[in-house]
Structure formats: structure tokens, C-alpha cells
Ligand binder design. Structure first.
Ligand SMILES: [Zn+2]
Length: 152
């Protein structure tokens, strides 16, 4: 398998909607393992498949964004099943848009469903920065960047 690397704006993969994963094989596990290495090396709190030019619906993120040693959670085909009406505007950065910060309004609390690399169902309840991080990564697999929130 090729070595994956982080891509940055304006790479076309960042603007592309990723495909649902139907096959949970060793190739998928290798992709996820590489994504984890890249996220940690670049001191990110989350990473999406699109950011390593893999157009599949994979996101990973630190379970505690304030602690780089916290567990990394993998969600395949993630779907937000509930979101709080209460939102917050805060600055967001992105490994694929270096030196850029954009103020984005996000739901404060969300519940997300997905699968792990073994096709086991995962349900994640998140709030605050973790909820923001997950919403940011789900944007990525839909081809959306923080730059798309910029007001002209
Ligand atoms: Zn990002």
C-alpha cells in the first residue's frame, strides 16, 4: 500500500464528497493506522480520509481534544443523529488549511453513529470541543472546508 500523506488546500480531494465504505478489510485497517500516525505527527485533534487523499467516509479524532495522549476514536460512515439547538461560534483551524482560522457556528452537543474498523457499531455522545471536532471532520468527508464558512 502506498504511503499516505497530508494534503492541503486547494487539492481537489478536499472539495470532493467521499463514498460510503461497504468493505471492512485489512486495507481499511492499514489506511486508518496511517491516518492515526499522521494525525499525531501533525498534532491534530482529528483527521478525515479526504485529508490524506482517500475518498472514503472515515474520520478519526482524539476522544479528549485537550489531551494528545487520549484514545483515538475511529468512525466509519459517521452520521449525526441528534444535535443541540444550542450553538456556539468559535475559531477553527485545519491541518489542510495552514495558518488559517475561521469563526464557525456549531452545535454544542451532538450524538453520532458510525462503525469502527471491525464493522462494530459505535455511538459517540460529544459536547464542546469534541462535538466541534467531529462536526469539522464530517464536513471534510462531505467536501466542505473551514474556508467555505468564510464571510466575504
Ligand atoms: Zn480540517
Amino acid at each position: 500500500m502506498k504511503n499516505l500523506k497530508l494534503i492541503t488546500y486547494p487539492h481537489l480531494a478536499l472539495k470532493t464528497k467521499s463514498a460510503k465504505i461497504l468493505v471492512f478489510d485489512d486495507e481499511l485497517k492499514k489506511i486508518i493506522a496511517q491516518m492515526k500516525s499522521i494525525m499525531h505527527a501533525d498534532k491534530g485533534i482529528g483527521l478525515a480520509g479526504n485529508q490524506v487523499n482517500i475518498l472514503k467516509r472515515i474520520i478519526i479524532f482524539l476522544s479528549d481534544p485537550g489531551d494528545s495522549a487520549s484514545e483515538t476514536i475511529t468512525l466509519i460512515n459517521p452520521k449525526i443523529i441528534s444535535a443541540s439547538n444550542e450553538t456556539k461560534i468559535d475559531k477553527e483551524g485545519c491541518l489542510s488549511c495552514p495558518k488559517k482560522e475561521v469563526e464557525i457556528e456549531r452545535a454544542i452537543k451532538i450524538t453520532v453513529l458510525g462503525r469502527n474498523e471491525n464493522n462494530k457499531r459505535q455511538k459517540v455522545k460529544a459536547k464542546d470541543l469534541l462535538a466541534r471536532s467531529i462536526q469539522h471532520e464530517i464536513d471534510h468527508i462531505n467536501g466542505k472546508l473551514i474556508l467555505d464558512y468564510e464571510k466575504n
